[in-house]
Design a protein around this ligand. Structure first.
Ligand code: NAI
Ligand code: MG
Length: 491
């Protein structure tokens, strides 16, 4: 077991306030949220349960900081973002431990994915800060006009994020929002506020002006909802459950906020008999079980071509048997506990519904679980039917459903048999088939012979009930900018 780094231990024990106008201050409300280690079940510390008066204060600070931030030389904005990314790299071990402690995820995964991707995001968007250009347009009717466009920041951005990638989700929102000259009020998930609060300290340390980033910890209904409804907020960017996204759309309508929603998924992984089966097995395993299965992109509907289905299922079950459950802080651990007892119960109840509706558990149902912590046994279901809850609803835990198909046409129909459209995976060596599948699947991302790659330069976002608006890449900039058209009469 790795010992907690001294700075992590002392940070956790600090008195935590809300971060408004560059300072940690007391919440206007009196309630606190216990921050729990999902492995030990112990309360690590508490953070403020932010209230609408905190949101008011944070929006006021963001509004005050906005004019100077918009006018700041873009090279300075770029430098601040770059420094933030570089500092996160220096503090990688610290951030990885914080997220492991708070979320339960293995430190090895936080160091491989969450932290470097976070740092890379700020550095990537640093590059964009100085490259936001408008256009000049010649009116086709021949009017003697000089017409050009300016790309301006939207204003004050409210960001509401989930608990599955606590540090990384901050970056998804802050990177493009700040590069484009917006100021931000961010609400971390109530389950995992620690790395966002540590990030606030780093934001101060690298020199961001006060009020450019404000962070209010709190619950959804008492801190998230007032942020989504606030008349001083110009845009809301949200990642989380689809039903929460629907509430946020409603709350946003009062002042016509721009909205970006990254919501749930029920993504298919399609394995053809001609695939490299070793690669398909490892890729499919990761698609389902990475981050304890708590991924919006989890490719948990696994469709396998009939002729290899028995062999593939047996190998997947065997691979699942190699999982090492344990504390996220233990370097030997390959799967940690789920984020909370609530999530554990939610996933276990989905597993029970699968059994009740007649699916078969192909994995070992008696795999021993650690004697503590909100663990869920990694599970592989077979004999699944399209209308079962486990095939329709997001599970957000370590559960795979394996079904069979006979033809490519059938595979496309099955892959698209969902109200979601976030992601998908296709495993085949036939290049023409790979492209046909990529065109046929209705989802924001199709991975071919890989799964789950993310890169700051590559945009990501859902179709259908998985939401709208892209994150990452150049495309994410659009949702944080508005285009102004200027007509100048030349006569
Ligand atoms: P959630 O959508 O309720 O929470 C995400 C964020 O939204 C949190 O910061 C929360 O405080 C905030 N929030 C909740 N209600 C709000 C409201 N009325 N107004 C404004 N903000 C609000 O997700 P939750 O309850 O943590 O997880 C439930 C399920 O949602 C999971 O089991 C999973 O299926 C799904 N989920 C999907 C995610 C994704 O990335 N697609 C991420 C997190 C959860
Ligand atoms: Mg919720």
């Amino acid at each position: 077991m790795v010992k907690l780094l001294d700075p992590v231990a002392s940070f956790v024990n600090r008195e935590h306030g809300v971060f408004i106008g560059g300072e940690f201050v007391d919440s206007r409300g009196a309630d606190r949220i216990p921050v729990t280690d999902p492995y030990s079940g112990q309360v690590l510390t508490t953070v403020p349960s932010g209230v609408s008066a905190d949101i008011d204060a944070a929006v006021a600070a963001a509004t005050q900081a906005l004019p100077a931030w918009r006018k700041m030389p873009t090279a300075t904005r770029a430098e601040l973002l770059w420094r933030l990314g570089a500092r996160i790299e220096e503090l990688a071990d610290e951030f990885a431990q914080l997220d492991a402690l708070d979320n339960g995820k293995p430190v090895s995964e936080a160091l491989a994915v969450d932290v470097p991707l976070s740092a890379g995001l700020y550095k990537y968007y640093a590059g964009w800060a100085s490259k936001l250009e408008g256009r000049t347009i010649t009116p086709q009717g021949g009017a003697s006009m000089h017409v050009y466009t300016r790309r301006e920041s939207v204003g004050v951005v409210g960001a509401i994020i989930p608990w599955n990638f606590p540090l990384l989700m901050c970056g998804y929102k802050l990177g493009p929002a700040l590069a484009t000259g917006n100021t931000v009020v961010l609400k971390p998930a109530e389950q995992t506020p620690l790395s966002a609060l540590r990030l606030a300290e780093v934001i101060n340390e690298v020199g961001f002006p006060p009020g450019v980033v404000n962070i209010v910890t709190g619950y959804g209904p008492t801190a998230g909802a007032p942020l989504a409804a606030h008349p001083g907020v110009d845009k809301i960017t949200f990642t989380g459950e689809t039903s929460t996204g629907q509430k946020i759309m409603q709350a946003a309508q009062g002042n016509m906020k721009k909205v970006t929603l990254e919501l749930g998924g029920k993504s298919p992984s399609v394995v053809f008999a001609d695939a490299d089966l070793d690669a398909a097995l490892e890729g499919t395993f990761g698609a389902v079980f990475f981050n304890q299965g708590q991924c919006c992109i989890a490719g948990a509907r696994v469709y396998v071509e009939d002729s290899i289905a028995d062999e593939f299922t047996a190998r997947l079950v065997d691979r699942v048997g190699q999982v090492r459950l344990g504390s996220g802080l233990d370097p030997e651990t390959t799967m940690g506990p789920l984020v909370s007892e609530e999530q554990q119960e939610r996933v276990n109840s989905m597993i029970r519904s699968g059994i009740d509706e007649g699916a078969t558990i192909a994995s070992d149902p008696d795999t021993p679980l650690p004697g503590q912590g909100s663990f869920v046994r990694p599970t592989v279901f077979t004999d699944v039917k399209p209308d079962m809850r486990i095939m329709r609803e997001e599970i957000f835990g370590p559960v795979a459903m394996v079904a069979r198909f006979k033809t490519e046409e059938e595979a496309v129909i099955l892959a698209n048999d969902t109200s979601y459209g976030l992601c998908s995976g296709v495993w085949t060596k036939d290049i023409a088939r790979a492209h046909r599948m990529a065109a046929g699947i209705h989802a924001g991302t199709v991975y071919v012979n890989t799964y789950g790659y993310f890169d700051p330069a590559v945009s990501f976002g859902g179709f259908k009930m998985s939401g709208f608006g892209k994150e990452l890449g150049e495309e994410a900039l659009d949702s944080y900018l508005q285009t102004k058209t200027v007509w100048v009469n030349l006569d």
